[in-house]
Ligand binder design. Structure first.
Ligand SMILES: *Cc1c(COP(=O)(O)O)cnc(C)c1O
Length: 379
């Protein structure tokens, strides 16, 4: 953790609102993931935070990448642009997955040049890929239970288990190669059983595909969902890793290629926001602080990500329950209705930690307030 005195110094130097990215915390999360899941290749899900320096640090650590749009693809591509064409192609084939199951045709045409791995989950997409990206490799996105995840994804994505092998065979008949299966158990999954169920469903589909004569699959993509430790109710990652390792060893052949697409787990711990109190009012006996960052900006996760970020003061002193509001004129712009804060004055700073994922990534310019300035520490 960056010392509080350093955060205050950065805020004085750069002004607020400030979004501080701690690259030591990013590397630490990446190495923790690798240490506990050594069989699994890490494809960072760029959507969690697409800051080019985050991508750069993970690139240097040896990560691979999950992208879902051409701009995200380009953020990763910047890092390999200088390589000779042949190495570049190999790198993309080995280290990028385009994991948006539905892709516009012009995107497919652009992607086809790089022959990446792409996901699909329906019949329409097979025929689009055949026509517009015939050189891509395929992974079938499977619908799996998302029980208890903070952000549910299974109602929008994934082929039902009962139709999975039909789709794999249809892609095969269309002249495409399905390399394996991917799933997503839902973001911030603290119910570890989701992974167990998803791995068992996937193993059954591998078996059914073999039984029906399709033997080309050797890739297992266990997606994202790995929970950030926002608080101590989230069990340690090593416990989840143990569950996953046991199931993979039990259900799949030794030589299967396993990859994962963590977004939040890597990005959340590396982001800290610092904002300033710009106004103060007492409403119905409760102190309300107005700060210069809110849910249209760094705290966008409060709305889009169903996430809560405790707001903390640098100042010490007796606390009371307060409201914290964002700067815009929208009544939705509420960071928190119940925050324990000491008595603050206009100009005092507040901060939130573990706010690196799905925060700055979905900040807007609403009401004329631009997103927070980004600064990099320990890069
Ligand atoms: C968003 C997303 C991820 C990352 O999910 P986290 O819960 O942040 O780990 C991974 N894969 C796909 C396909 C996604 O859409």
């Amino acid at each position: 953790m960056i010392p509080l005195s350093r955060l205050q110094q950065l805020a004085r130097r750069h002004g607020t609102p400030l979004f501080v990215i701690d690259h030591d915390a990013l590397r630490k999360a990446y190495r923790e993931f690798r240490r506990h899941l050594p069989r699994v290749q890490v494809y960072y899900a760029v959507k969690a935070n697409s800051d080019p320096m985050i991508v750069r640090t993970l690139f240097e650590e040896g990560a691979s990448f999950d992208v879902a749009s051409m701009p995200e693809f380009q953020v990763v591509y910047q890092n390999i642009r200088h390589l000779p064409a042949k190495e570049r192609q190999q790198w993309i084939w080995d280290k990028i997955i385009y994991a948006n199951p539905t892709k516009p045709t012009d995107t497919l045409e652009e992607l086809n040049k790089y022959k990446p791995l792409v996901t699909f989950d329906n019949r329409e997409e097979i025929h689009k890929i055949r026509k517009h990206a015939p050189d891509a490799g395929l992974a079938l996105r499977l619908k799996v239970p998302n029980t208890g995840a903070m952000v549910e994804l299974s109602s929008k994505f994934g082929a039902a288990p009962g139709e999975a092998v039909d789709l794999i065979l249809e892609a095969d008949r269309a002249g495409l190669t399905v390399e394996g299966i991917s799933f997503h158990v839902g973001s911030q999954t603290t119910n570890f059983d989701n992974y167990v169920q998803a791995l068992n469903l996937t193993a059954n589909i591998f078996q059914e595909a073999r039984d029906r004569g399709y033997t080309k699959m050797n890739l297992l993509d266990i997606g994202g969902g790995f929970p950030a430790r926002y608080d101590s109710t989230v069990r340690p990652f090593r416990e989840l890793a143990k569950v996953i390792n046991t199931e993979i060893d039990r259900l799949f052949p030794k030589d299967i290629q396993v990859l994962a697409e963590p977004g939040r787990f890597l990005a959340a711990p590396c982001g800290i926001s610092v904002a300033e109190v710009t106004g103060k009012a007492v409403r119905d006996g409760k102190t309300c602080y107005y700060i210069n960052d809110g849910v249209y900006h760094t705290y966008s996760g409060v709305i889009f990500d169903h996430c809560k970020y405790p707001v903390k003061a640098f100042k010490k002193g007796p606390t009371s329950i307060c409201s914290v509001f964002g700067p815009t004129c929208d009544a939705l712009d509420v960071v928190s209705m119940a925050e324990n804060l000491p008595d603050l004055e206009r100009g005092d700073l507040v901060y939130s930690v573990n706010i690196g994922a799905y925060s700055h990534a979905s900040a807007t310019y609403f009401n004329g307030f631009p997103p927070a300035k980004v600064v990099h520490e320990n890069r």
